[in-house]
Design a binder for this molecule. Sequence first.
Ligand code: AGP
Length: 662
Amino acid sequence: MWVKTINKYKHSRRIREITLQLITIEHSLTIGNSYMCGIVGYIGTQTATEILVSGLERLAYRGYDSAGVATISEGKLNCVRAKGKLYNLREKLERDVTQSQIGIGHTRWATHGKPEEHNAHPHLDQAMGVAVVQNGIIENYRELREELISKGYEFRSETDTEVIPNLIAEALANSASSLLEAVRQVIPCLEGQFAIAVISADHPYELVVARQQAPLTLGFGQGEFFCASDVTALLPYTHAVLTLDKGEMARLTPLGVEIYSFEGDRLTKFPRTLDWNPTQTEKQGFRHYMLKEIYEQPGVVRTCLESYLNPNWHADENPDFSPVTLGLSPRIYENLEQIQILACGTSWHASLVGKYLLEQLANIPTTVDYASEFRYSPRPLIANTLTIGVTQSGETADTLAALEMERDRRANLEPKFQVRLLGITNRPESSLAQLVDQIVNTQAGIEIGVAATKTFVAQVMGFYFLALDLAYRRQTLSMERIGEIIDGLRHIPTHIEKILETQESYLEELAHEFVETQDFIFVGRGINFPIALEGALKLKEISYIHAEAYPAGEMKHGPIALLDSKVPVVAVAMPGNVYEKVISNAQEAKARDARLIGVTSAMNAQEAAHIFDDLLTVPEVEELISPILAVIPLQLLAYHIAARRGLDVDQPRNLAKSVTVE
Ligand code: AGP
């Protein structure tokens, strides 16, 4: 068994890593388990069930396939669970008349194995006295389960979580003096990355939570206290929150919150106040969150410009300070020889635009890797490297693990090889923010739609600022040129507004023609190749239409064989360096009967109308600025096709907002 191997070779880090992967694979192949989940907990004076379910509804955007709540009433645990959507749980709860002021709830997102009710959380111990919800994975659960079975315990689910309530119940039956103490005794037995919330029928005024890895935030109300995997669940009730660090646990009672280390030391920590508005998590009249978030993009860019551009910087005054105020420490910039960026999905696409900007504007060699690849095949170590992790959620497991790996392999090396970690994230309270030295907060506001839109645009803005800051510090651009680019950036919000105003109804109509389409090809070049990738990803994520993106020049090396009249080709053809090249690549596609859709500048519309069957126009800007405009019609195209197909745009099948599993 892999667990035994891991213990035997604990001294060898690499073997341990490989073994952990094998455990995960073995585990995933054989049972239904719970990884990307949402936890909520409540203790106070109100009826817990409604607060728990509405909290779970606010976590639904993370993705889930079953849900449940457990409360305590008249000295007994009451657990209600349901497969599928949360309204199934609500329906079951309507028949439940018990009243309780304490409870825990959970949304489960199964990666493997069937999402059945018996696998849904909360899980109870055999005697039904302790209930636990877990987000994460207990890697050594098999060993623990076998041990418990040998003592006569019986299990009702196939999950890793069910061992926890049984272990806690056992600790309570033995020496533990309180629920907190029982949980504290059990934690060292659990290997893995998890966050848990626990209640016990015998301790009806106590909710205990613990965080090993998966995120967990506490909320402070008036005589009521909360916990949740994500602050969005807490917003309607409180803005005073405290995110637990790894290795911390807490006891929530109607009188207050006590925080401890896993070693049992009492910690003094203070909540912070969220400046989020609960309406940010509402649709505000839009049919879907995704559409609302697309429409929020002008505002997001304005916020970024206001936050990060120095209003006193004027190119013609030859200023001796940077035009950008990212607030980063000098160590981030010192003697930089290379930047390496690690990210996944849409954040990886934003990073590809970032690479172009950092290399072209600041003349600094930049690599971009999928975090999931980098962690198992890292690039050779280069001195004076800045490593940037890009993740809107700040919780993507692969990105966090790749950054941790980079930090660990650079530890104890000579100073010039030592790690410098920067994060670009939309969640300043996330695990990423705790891991890296500093962050650039993209300030896009909470994004609920699983398909990233406004956070992509905000990440790209972050890269413009970083590249301009570095260009200024490294003197790779003249003040005049920096001023020109900044001027261009300042116009982006009104340009996006124009696109939304002029293109949306056209795209809504156009989408109708692609409802039955099965394959799409997207092409682009240079700084707009990542936009083709992003357009294809948006389409496949929410419309389930197969879509691929290629650098336009690569089509003739193979993908062109796919083309016929049934495969539309979307070409991002923004005026600039590679415009003519993209046009000629597009014409090659047209010669193979493909229906051509062009994203181009309004100024070129007349000429482009001869080439493209359908035109998606955006305002004329210089090529360097164009990605942030070109992506907008592609977001709208994907959105309207998916909406026309009647799909669940905000929660597409099989996807989760925060991918906290490897
Ligand atoms: C984006 O539309 C996707 N849902 C997905 O690719 C996402 O970008 C990826 O999982 C990375 O997420 P992160 O930015 O939170 O790390």
